[in-house]
Design a protein around this ligand. Structure first.
Ligand code: MN
Length: 320
């Protein structure tokens, strides 16, 4: 995985050890993500399927995109489509995703980069593999997370942030067995570069076989652990957690993840996303690309989209 990494974990800033009286978060549920297809047909795992929105709050939805090794001509993206009422966070681990939106935002993200798009009041965008990747094929692996906006900020102006792989804060565990990339939020005094309306923490951790990661975790945030690759356990009781599974944790102020001592040579390390945020605790009305508080607000979003009020597709010169 070419997400940002380092040759020697032991020289990194250390992950703070939870206080001795910290209460470790128990595992409340484990669910397995069903496979599906997104956009024009790229494979995804629906990471949050089967979990109540109240347990995900402030998150709404998450897709693991791939991992897939495309043959030449196979890479696919999405057509132009609208969003309103939330933010999308797209973290690319392998491969390249190009983005353009009706607000003038755009760029390419690759190998550990993150793109943060506040849809807010409304935006149209397109997410595609760049032409050279379509021609060559190759690895494609990433995550798209939807972070809800509270009622007061659903109509915030659209905003676009490109976060380069080198901007994330990188921390190591004391024994050098775990590497943690802080994409958003804080771990100890290390702060990730992502900036959201709704406070969240988003980490990508890599654990060597047999390594254990103990992390302090804000007690006012929820806590979710999703396995991108490999196998391990979560919680003090050692609940097994495998690739494509999500653990929802209960209350507490620290969490524990461990990597299995590998027999799985193709995926010797445990790759997990650890995420949480401050719950918004408002009604959620979600249909397709719109996440609002009421059904009538969702219907209004469809009407505004059809009337062209969420923006228009920019002209592309030199093509026909
Ligand atoms: Mn989209």
């Amino acid at each position: 995985m070419p997400a940002v990494t380092v040759p020697d974990i032991t020289v990194l800033r250390r992950i703070p050890i939870p206080m001795p009286d910290a209460s470790s978060r128990p595992v409340r549920s484990v669910t397995s993500a069903p496979s599906g297809f997104e956009g024009e047909g790229f494979p995804v795992r629906r990471a949050f399927a089967g979990v109540a929105l109240a347990d995900l709050d402030p998150f709404v939805h998450m897709d693991q995109m791939g991992e897939v090794d495309y043959a030449p001509g196979e890479p696919k993206g999405t057509p132009w489509h609208p969003h309103r009422g939330f933010e999308t966070v797209t973290y690319m681990i392998d491969g390249i995703m190009a983005h353009r939106d009706s607000n003038g935002g755009g760029g390419q993200i690759t190998d550990g980069d993150t793109q943060w798009m506040t849809a807010g009041a409304g935006i149209l965008h397109i997410e595609t593999p760049p032409e050279q990747l379509v021609v060559s094929g190759g690895l494609f692996h990433g995550v798209q997370l939807w972070v809800n906006l509270p009622r007061a900020q659903k109509f915030a102006p659209p905003r676009y942030q490109d976060i380069r792989a080198g901007d994330v804060a990188v921390l190591g565990s004391d024994d050098g067995g775990a590497l943690v990339r802080v994409i958003a939020g804080e771990v100890g005094d290390a702060r990730g570069p992502g900036s959201t309306y709704t406070p969240i923490t988003l980490l990508h951790a890599t654990l060597s076989p047999g390594a254990r990661l103990d992390l302090p975790w804000r007690s006012d945030f929820n806590a979710l652990v999703y396995v991108l690759a490999g196998s391990g356990t979560v919680g003090d009781a050692g609940q097994p957690l495998h690739k494509g599974q999500l653990a929802v944790l209960g209350d507490g102020d620290s969490l524990t993840v461990s990597a299995t001592i590998g027999h799985h040579s193709a995926e010797p390390t445990l790759e997990v996303l650890i995420l949480g945020g401050r719950p918004i605790r408002e009604p959620v009305a979600w249909l397709g690309p719109f996440v609002m508080n009421t059904r009538s607000e969702v219907l209004a979003a469809f009407e505004d989209y059809q009337a062209g009020r969420l923006g228009s597709v920019p002209a592309v010169h030199g093509t026909c």
